[in-house]
Design a protein around this ligand. Structure first.
Ligand code: ARG
Length: 582
């Protein structure tokens, strides 16, 4: 149980001793710190049960609080609001418990298994800002879920199956018609064929093919045909597709790794298609498929729908399967191979209709039981200064690599450490740029849109990743310089700032619980800033290394260590790496 929950429990016990047992107490941090650090509003509510006046109830509770030396400055305000503060000894004890183990103030949840789908990068296409948000929010949610005791499993769920692949293969066929892949009479081995294509080529080939398909009906039909050939494992086409997936996947892995994003599973949509025959059988046997203009669909609309939910396209009239169906097959695959309690999809909020259709169709066929929670964890868009989704100059989707470059340009200006070589500076700047981008992305509530502003994101002052990194590195450097000094335990607190730091640390479990409840990292991002700013205030107020009062000095060092450890733990939870120096 967290230190904060323990505090609540103690107070509940005292209220009970005062003669007013109740289920839930209402303890809050006070926004009138002059009256007390905490406020207890229970007397007002207990009136309804015990029918005496609130002041009397408050008086009896206060008498109990006064007997306990962990509480000080106890007073009653207004008709019966109780204010109180925590004693210095109690605060010292809290710090020492956190020094022992930060998990002392994190509530552990009952075990459950969650698959988190937060990749979605598409093979043969450059990653874009939407993929950044999925990866960033998803990775942090996964780490947060693990932190509170769940077992979270990340799946990259690469888009390796749809029409884009058909388009790419067609364009390659136009460029290199003599490749053995396209020769029906070829009987040799496909694995050793020299394919003159790099990932950079692929990223150019797809836009070109997609442009052609929009203006040329025949081209589009040919691409459809090839998609079908790939999906039905036609020799040659299937084999070149596999090669393309390999090339692209290697690059995608590098991009994710630069972002500090790691998946436990590197499945693609195509891996789920092994389950397609079984899936089709389930829908057939349950009579859930309806023919519609040559296609097979699943009706998912309900009478109670306020907006119309169109049927889910199960198989297209030309026999290929849709994005919806690959998601259904994936649900079946996950149930069979992992059997999780929950599946979370961290995907752009604009795909909400897609997930509504998929989840309804899945429940209709009992692909998962009623207890299994399927949840779309949507997020807003990253916008340009004009307030519209951030685009390239010519209106295209902004590639993730360009975004990172733009931030990197700004962070490089901030790395001025004289002791670093140019090479080191560049390496550090890349880490700082990723931190800047990731922190800015996690700071707003996930469904809120925000504006891409590389200058602001890279600022060393203010609510930014670089500010947090810089401050955290400074804490570490202080601890290093003091490594020969005693750093065992906190003995006393010497200022209001230190007391505020402790109150914030006590607030940790509440922040983490809120984050996991809302499945958004904004509370944690905010908390890191508050804690770090308070610590920096403390740092400016005191000269730790030259302090002559040894008890004071030791206490300060341990306080520094706790804040440093907490910063590292939470930055790590956000998926943000801290460089050695900066
Ligand atoms: N590949 C998709 C896209 O780029 C995202 C996939 C999201 N995950 C899912 N299970 N549908 O839009």
């Amino acid at each position: 149980m967290s230190l904060y929950k323990e505090l609540e429990k103690e107070i509940k016990k005292l209220i009970e001793q005062a003669g007013f047992p109740e289920e839930n107490i209402s303890l809050t941090t006070s926004n009138r710190k002059d009256l007390g650090e905490y406020q207890l509003n229970d007397a007002m509510q207990l009136v309804k049960i015990y029918h005496t006046n609130p002041r009397e109830i408050a008086n009896s509770i206060v008498k109990e609080l006064e007997k306990d030396n962990r509480f000080t400055n106890i007073n009653i305000a207004g008709p019966g609001f109780i204010n109180f503060s925590l004693s210095e000894e109690y605060k010292v004890e809290i710090l020492n418990k956190m020094h022992e183990d930060l998990y002392n103030n994190i509530d552990k949840k009952a075990k459950k298994k969650i698959v988190i789908d937060y990749g979605g990068a598409n093979v043969a296409k450059a990653l874009h800002v939407g993929h950044l948000r999925s990866a960033n929010i998803g990775e942090a949610l996964k780490r947060l879920a693990n932190l509170v005791g769940y077992e979270a499993i990340g799946d990259a769920h690469l888009g390796d199956y749809g029409r884009p692949l058909g388009l790419v293969v067609l364009e390659i066929k136009k460029l290199y018609p003599n490749l053995p892949y396209f020769d029906e009479n070829y009987t040799g081995d496909y694995t050793n064929i020299d394919l003159p294509i790099t990932n950079a080529d692929l990223e150019k080939i797809y836009p070109e093919a997609s442009r052609k398909a929009k203006i040329d009906e025949d081209y589009l039909n040919e691409a459809r045909d090839i998609t079908k050939k790939i999906q039905s494992h036609t020799k040659g086409y299937y084999d070149i597709w596999k090669r393309i997936v390999e090339i692209s996947k290697a690059d995608i892995k590098n991009v994710y790794s630069d972002l500090n994003v790691n998946f436990e599973l590197w499945y693609g949509e195509s891996d789920a298609m092994e389950y397609f025959p079984e899936l089709e059988k389930i829908y057939c046997e349950k009579h859930l498929l309806t023919s519609s203009e040559g296609a097979e669909v699943v009706e998912v609309g309900k009478d109670t729908d306020k907006i119309e939910i169109p049927p889910l396209l199960f198989i297209r009239s030309n026999g290929t399967v849709s994005y919806e169906t690959t998601d259904l097959a994936t649900i079946l695959q996950r149930r069979k191979e992992i059997n999780p309690d929950e599946m979370w999809y961290v995907v752009d909020a604009r795909q909400s209709l897609h997930f509504e259709q998929v989840f309804r169709a899945a429940k209709k066929a009992n692909l998962v039981d009623d207890k299994t929670n399927l949840e779309h964890i949507g997020f807003g868009t990253m916008n340009g200064k004009d307030g519209h989704p951030f685009k390239t100059r010519d209106g295209g989707v902004m590639p993730l690599k360009s975004l990172i470059d733009m931030v990197n340009e700004e962070t490089l200006k901030k790395i001025t450490n004289q002791s670093m070589t140019e090479e080191e500076k560049k390496k550090t700047s890349k880490i700082v740029a990723i931190a800047a981008l990731k922190y800015a992305d996690l700071l707003p509530y996930r469904e809120t849109d925000y504006i891409f502003d590389p200058t602001k994101f890279s600022d060393l002052e203010g609510k930014t990743g670089p500010y947090l990194l810089y401050s955290t590195i400074r804490m570490k450097s202080l601890l290093n310089k003091a490594k020969d000094l005693k750093q065992e335990k906190v003995i006393k607190l010497s200022s209001k700032t230190e007391e505020d730091i402790v109150l914030n640390i006590l607030n940790l479990s509440t922040v983490i619980n809120k984050a996991i409840d809302t499945k958004s990292l904004n509370e944690i991002a905010d908390y890191l800033f508050t804690l770090t700013s308070l610590y920096n205030k403390f740092y400016a107020e005191n000269k730790v290394l030259t302090e002559e009062d040894k008890a004071k000095q030791e206490s300060w060092l341990v306080l520094t260590k706790v804040v440093y450890d907490l910063n590292m733990l939470l930055l790590n939870t956000l998926g943000i790496d801290v460089p050695e120096k900066m």
